[in-house]
Design a protein around this ligand. Structure first.
Ligand SMILES: [Zn+2]
Length: 172
């Protein structure tokens, strides 16, 4: 009596030898070798997905922890310069203009004394909190309040300010 194909054997073991004795089910034989390949592919896909999740959770913060360059204002010369904040840095930082520790973070102010009229180049203002002063910071140029992450109030289209400017000056 010939041994019947064993159901408990893994499909990748002995499938070639059995094809001679067990000729009745070609469809079954054709499917068998694919099993481990799909299993391996599924494992690879799962592994890649797992790695991507791991990278998102643990590798991305390391990348965003890079020092960020930002704009500083020299309180003595009122000139701006870029400075990359490093660990241990304290405000005020060294200013290349005064050659002293007079560099403070600053906010751009685009406003002017007229409503809806804006500067092309911002006036830079250091917030009161950096000078240990209480109360809202007032822009020395336009007299309006400046806040952290000061919003840019200018219209998106470059043509808009000129039309508004004409309307405002006509109304004055
Ligand atoms: Zn201003």
């Amino acid at each position: 009596m010939a041994p019947t194909p064993n159901e408990t054997d893994p499909p990748w073991i002995g499938s070639d030898e059995q094809s001679s004795t067990d000729g009745g089910t070609p469809a079954k034989q054709a499917r068998k070798p694919l099993g481990p390949i799909w299993l391996a592919l599924a494992l690879v896909v799962l592994g890649l997905a797992g790695y991507r999740i791991y990278a998102m959770l643990y590798l991305a913060p390391a990348a965003t922890a890079q020092p960020v360059e930002r704009l500083y204002l020299c309180s003595e010369t009122h000139k701006t310069f870029n400075h990359t904040k490093e660990i241990g840095d304290e405000v005020p930082v060294h200013s290349p203009f005064s050659k002293k520790q007079t560099g403070y973070p600053c906010e751009p102010c685009y406003k002017t004394k007229k409503d809806n009229v804006y500067r092309d180049q911002p006036y830079y203002v250091t917030l009161n909190k950096y000078f240990d002063k209480d109360g809202p910071t007032v822009c020395p140029d336009c007299g309006r309040e400046v806040v952290g992450h000061n919003p840019d109030p200018r219209p998106i289209h470059p043509d808009a300010p000129t039309t508004r400017r004409a309307a405002v000056s006509g109304g004055d």
